[in-house]
Design a protein around this ligand. Structure first.
Ligand code: 6R9
Length: 658
């Protein structure tokens, strides 16, 4: 299906709206309905028009969408396939004329008041220098570079520098272990790693370079490691011939670097995320569609204005950092804040202090942080002048109405729109979310779909539901920002997302639709955990645990946790004759930390005599979940269990967790 260019005169050019104050085209519900209907009636036409307004193309596309949720089996869908661009020209070069001296990135370091500002001109120059340096180090179009850094502007520079060369970046969150980093280096076949000496978080040093060295031990594929120096007082080992300091390589390089022109569907980045089975998958996002989606949703959801100071306090290692710290905001010419520290350092008013000092207008964080800070009461918030705030966003997990109200009333002073944005690594950007200030809110609901998103709830028989009800959340039609494939394994992409409910993209989430058509995400329906907004697979925990000689079996489930959203409950079976003592427990914790990273922690480790298995040997996780949730009286049918007495022992043991 190919649709010709759609030049609708009624879509106001984004730059005109910028002058009027908003880059969103959706300011009220009639406009929302109109845009949504247009996106449904003619997706190709709608998005071709949008992309031409929001993205700078070297060669404008004439093709919209090719493919659908059935054809993915034969190969990736495409958007704007005949278009050509380099995403950094949208994010940097074209901003220079009007916004050269506008601040592109404000950086707030670990210590309050440790602030750096980079204008669009400065960011452009630094990205060019970094791109030239990376090219010198051998990085070419299509090759992969791993970025393993903390929250410093240089992390964004590194991402954009890769994009400048048409190379594919894969950012690995700085909390991941050497083993997890090595897996990702191998899986994407990276030839370059970009890291820093140490990261800073709450006055602690994160040994990023040392972990990189450990990860790369014996790895032949990585030819160069570029190292940004965050703290000159810290000594790190540098391997001659492989390791290069940023200040010796990037800083002296030329500030001019011609952008490499890419096809719309060339990969922009690979980002690894956890699923219900196996190792993390490298989801592939491509240049044209991803940039269109992030720019559009960033402007529309947040009602972006030219003079906004926009702050997303996520980490760049997750999709939220990619889409809503770097690509969306910079493509929109916004001022984007990067935050190196944690919400409780040096004190629990850090966010609010920062809002007041930087006069932040749009603030975007995770429910888990809101719950932590709400527990402190209103005092720390009231100490600061938050009158600059206009829009408050949340992302990463369901937000309960109590936390929502606290955010709205105490932080937003009942004046700000709260946008509870539902989306995923796979979706590239917001899919179900209120649009500020258009959408009437309901606390706890992600409300309504973005234009271009056609949600479908599927019941337990696999049938699409009409009207109110609860089911599995699917999306019926491709949108520009969706991930195109899994790196090196398209069959796994198809298998994971398009076979459960053929003809639909399956999100893995459960969802309720109310009588007003509002969506309420209920959480994952698969074996994916969401701890403090961090997505982790139970299979990854289990693999780490059973790698310990003394353990025979392990099953990991989530349970409701007042602050973290979900806690991690691990049921482990020791090998016969092995004593389950403190040393073994410590070993189990260390194994998980070593295999996944410091952010992966078991909250409850329970030794059990065996796992509840069916006669055919399948572990009944449903039972383990119910016990962890504190509902052992609601186990349901246990008649297929091989040995029901195991369950009694597990229930008894779980009582110690209260
Ligand atoms: C962006 C991001 C995706 C999973 C997703 C869902 C949960 C994200 C949510 C939400 C309820 C929201 N999730 N936002 N649940 N309301 N507003 O978080 O991506 O790390 O891939 O996680 O997070 O369960 O399926 P990712």
């Amino acid at each position: 299906m190919t649709t010709a260019v759609d030049e609708r005169p009624d879509i106001i050019d984004v730059d005109d709206r910028v002058r009027e104050g908003s880059t969103s085209q959706i300011q009220d519900m009639p406009a929302y309905r109109e845009h949504w209907s247009r996106g449904e009636a003619d997706p190709s036409g709608y998005w071709l028009a949008q992309t031409k307004q929001r993205v700078h193309w070297r060669k404008a596309p004439t093709q919209g969408l090719e493919g659908d949720c059935w054809s993915v089996c034969d190969g990736p869908i495409t958007w704007f396939a005949d278009g050509e661009l380099n995403v950094t020209e949208s994010c940097l070069d074209r901003q220079l004329a009007k916004r050269g001296d506008k601040v592109a990135i404000v950086w707030e370091g670990d210590e309050p008041g440790d602030v750096r500002e980079l204008t669009y001109k400065e960011l452009h120059a630094e990205v060019c220098r970094c791109a030239n340096a990376l090219r010198e180090l051998g990085l070419k179009k299509g090759e992969r570079a791993i970025i393993y850094m903390g929250m410093v502007p240089e992390a964004a520079v590194a991402m954009l520098a890769c994009a400048r060369l048409g190379a594919v970046h894969s950012v690995v969150f700085g909390g991941f272990s050497a083993e997890a980093l090595r897996d990702r280096v191998r899986d994407c076949g990276a030839s370059v790693v970009i890291t820093q000496d140490v990261g800073k978080r709450g006055s602690k040093n994160i040994p990023l370079k040392a972990t990189t060295d450990q990860a790369l031990e014996g790895e032949a594929g990585v030819e160069a490691v570029l190292v940004y120096q965050r703290d000159a007082s810290v000594e790190v080992a540098m391997k001659a011939g492989r390791d290069h300091w940023w200040h010796e390589t990037v800083s002296p390089a030329s500030a001019e670097c011609e952008a490499v022109v890419c096809k719309a569907e060339d990969p922009l980045f690979v980002l690894y995320t956890s699923g219900s089975t196996g190792r993390p998958k490298g989801l592939v996002h491509t240049c044209g569609g991803y940039l269109t989606w992030t720019a559009y949703t960033h402007a529309v959801t947040f009602d972006l204005r030219e003079d906004d100071v926009y702050a997303c306090v996520a980490d760049i290692g997750w999709i939220t950092g990619h889409s809503y710290i770097v690509y969306g905001p910079l493509c929109n010419g916004a001022t984007s804040l990067m935050f190196e520290s944690v919400p409780t350092y040096p004190d629990v008013d850090r966010y609010w202090d920062m809002v007041a000092r930087h006069k932040i207008t749009i603030f975007y964080t995770a429910p888990t942080a809101i719950r932590v800070l709400a527990a402190q009461g209103p005092g720390p918030v009231r100490k600061h002048d938050l009158s600059s705030l206009r829009v408050l966003g949340t992302v990463g997990e369901p937000i309960d109405p109590v936390a929502w109200r606290w955010y709205y009333e105490v932080v937003g002073q009942e004046r700000c729109a709260v946008v509870d944005t539902w989306w995923q690594t796979e979706t590239g950007g917001h899919c179900i979310t209120p649009i500020a200030p258009a959408t009437p809110e309901k606390p706890g609901s992600a409300t309504l779909p973005m234009p271009g998103i056609m949600p479908v709830l599927v019941n337990e028989h696999g049938r699409p539901m009409v009207g109110p009800g609860e089911g599995r959340l699917c999306i019926a039609h491709p949108w520009p920002g969706m991930a195109r494939t899994v790196w090196g394994d398209h069959a796994r992409y198809v298998m994971t997302y398009f076979t459960t409910f053929p003809g639909f993209y399956f999100t893995g989430d459960g969802c309720r639709r109310d009588a007003d058509g509002y969506y309420w995400i209920t959480g994952r329906v698969d074996d994916v955990l969401n701890v403090s907004g961090h997505r982790m697979g139970t299979a990854e925990f289990e693999a780490a645990l059973i790698a310990i000689d003394e353990l025979a079996e392990a099953a990991v489930v989530g349970y409701p946790h007042a602050v973290k959203g979900q806690g991690v409950h691990a049921y482990v079976v020791a090998q016969p004759g092995v004593e389950a003592d403190d040393a073994l427990t410590a070993k189990a914790h260390e194994a998980v930390r070593g295999s996944i990273g410091a952010h992966a922690r078991i909250d409850r480790l329970q030794y059990v005599p065996g796992l509840p298995k069916t006669r055919s040997g399948k572990c009944m996780r449903r039972i383990l979940r119910k016990i962890a949730e504190g509902e052992p009286d609601k186990l349901g049918d246990v008649s297929t269990l091989a040995d029901p007495s195991v369950v009694d022992a597990i229930i008894e043991g779980a009582k110690s967790f209260g």
